[in-house]
Write a protein that binds this ligand. Structure first.
Ligand code: URA
Length: 183
């Protein structure tokens, strides 16, 4: 198994797909390498590409509010994305891009060994939990996959577009915090 440093260096110099040509920064991930709770989003946006840090734009600020609301410190979790480089104009990640990038995430999970993995949004849930995942029906439900407890919540960007989903998000985040406290 690679060390964290080897993995991060490899990822940051990756040229496996064309997104490497348009990136400003590779957004490897951020947080605690011994986190019990890991969040996985879709792909970096503009602010993330510029800073090299995941979830720092408007969606990230909203995620921070939910973490704070349920008493989770952002420094004690780990936050990563399926794709480490920004797709042009924030389009959905292509399956081929996901295929080329997913091994970085798998290695991050192997090294961190979180107890709970939370997918942020449909794209991450379809990739990590079930290709047929229906976020409106299945959000907040815990499933076991490969020795990890997993769930998905609405992507914070979806909450910005449709604030009616915010109540469900708070309920889900409270459930995640309660399970984390049990584990
Ligand atoms: N949206 C994501 O899915 N990931 C980020 O890092 C930022 C916005």
């Amino acid at each position: 198994m690679k060390t964290w440093e080897e993995l991060e260096n490899e990822c940051k110099s990756c040229t496996a797909c064309p997104l490497s040509e348009t990136r400003t920064n590779c957004v490897f991930g951020a947080g605690s390498k011994s986190a019990s709770l890991m969040f996985v989003g879709e792909a970096p946006g503009e602010k993330e590409d510029l800073s090299g840090i995941p979830f720092v734009g408007a969606a990230g600020k909203l995620l921070d509010k939910y973490l704070c609301a349920v008493g989770i410190n952002r420094d004690e979790v780990y936050i990563a994305n399926i794709l480490k480089c920004r797709p042009p104009k924030n389009r959905d990640p292509l399956p081929s891009e996901q295929d080329m990038c997913i091994e970085y995430l798998r290695d991050q999970v192997r090294l961190i060994r979180p107890k709970i993995i939370v997918c942020l949004g449909r794209i991450a849930a379809m990739r990590l939990i079930d290709p047929g995942y229906k976020i409106t029906k299945e959000h907040g439900i815990f499933v076991e996959r490969g020795g990890f407890t997993m769930t998905a919540v609405y992507h914070p960007a979806a909450l910005l577009r449709d604030p009616r989903k915010k109540e469900d998000m708070l309920t889900d985040m409270k459930k995640i915090k309660a399970l984390l406290d049990e584990k």
